[in-house]
Design a protein around this ligand. Sequence first.
Ligand SMILES: [Zn+2]
Length: 458
Amino acid sequence: MESSILKFGHIPEVLSDKERGLVSYLMQAVEATDDLYQRQKNSALPGANFYPPDASKKEIEQAAKKNPAILDPYTFVERAANGKLIATPYVKKFEKELTRISNLLKEAAEYADDLTFRAYIRARAEDLLRETYDESNLLWVKSGNAKVGFVLGAFDRYLDQLFFRKRAYMGWVGILDEPRTREMAEFTKAFLSGDRKHLPGAKNAQVPQARIRVEDTLVFAGLIGDFSFVGSSLPSFADAEFIKRYGTMFTMFKPSLANRFESIFEIFRTVFSQEVQNRYSKESLRHAFLYISVLHEASHNLMRYEDAVTRLQEFFPYFDEGYADILSIKGCGPLLLQGVFTEWQLEALLLMNICESIYFCKRYMDASQVGPYAIGSTMSLDFLLQGKALIHTKNGFEIDAYRAFVVFDQLSHIFEYYIAIGTYNEAKVFLRRAKTKKTFAHFAPYIEDKRQEEYALV
Ligand SMILES: [Zn+2]
């Protein structure tokens, strides 16, 4: 059977016996979420296993009008013997498994010396069986710079492509990298400071605080392992009320950043001309990739609109992820003026953003679940090509950074419209314009892949 568990290295020797006990129980609990995730996942169905395969979107919507539990984020929808749709809570379906995980967390808490962190693990053990995560989420964001990083629960909704409602199980354990966290916290603060204007009529929601952690991850399981995220912002924006009061915390995962960078560097090495390549060492690009990844997570906190999720429904994540990528470049403008970045560094960030967009288009060919990442990527690559910011030569691609920034500025206004005030139908029409396969065909011949012949350059 497939597994979503990703292990990165061993428990560090420098930890005390007690800390090792803590980490080992947490890891067991996280690994146990794989089973729950596998039962939610179903790549063949847009609604995964959350809805009966024979139920239409309309039927589900109708049923939800009478019974709101149908579209509750924490239920499975099933067809009863009499043909009616019924909602079964995760806590009921997974009672045995969740009780076991909850007990592992209670054991883990016995080893925690950090009192806030201990209270957090205990609260999470309770919340798992209730499926309201607010109490434990609050303790988690308060745990801030705890040495051990740990999250477990049903959070992100990317598996549910039908309604973007149902939350999938996931978990991770990591150890805080203190110096890197300090460095990135300062940088994030500079990036997020400053006034922002919003479109008239937009219901802007201010996020009071965005905390950051950079971790040496030990294990991923569930959705986060399956998607190999490089960073994660929690609580998710579906918890709008919570975020407005207490803010968020985002975690950057060093081992998956390192893995992703290798794939992206390979794309850089093959797609761009020798002349572009000669301008940057691998190390300088590695650093640029860390920055754009932090900028992406931080950007999620810049564009929160109270009604965006309900207005855009299942299209929300496409705009949320696409806009975060665009803002992460556009938002660098003020940092250039402040002298945080040089023009040379900014071009490196741009190159990494472009290579990551190509990377997501490529991944999208195999897994439609990465759609929210690939559609925004497709649009920015398209605009860059059309705007002659990315220029195809016989020696590979060249970049015109000046034109690229103009393109990102245009794109940011387009995406802002949809996320701030656009309607569901407008969003639907707009997203249809992205043709990932066609856009990827420009780059495919450079990328060593078995599909090479399949996508001839157009
Ligand atoms: Zn994101």
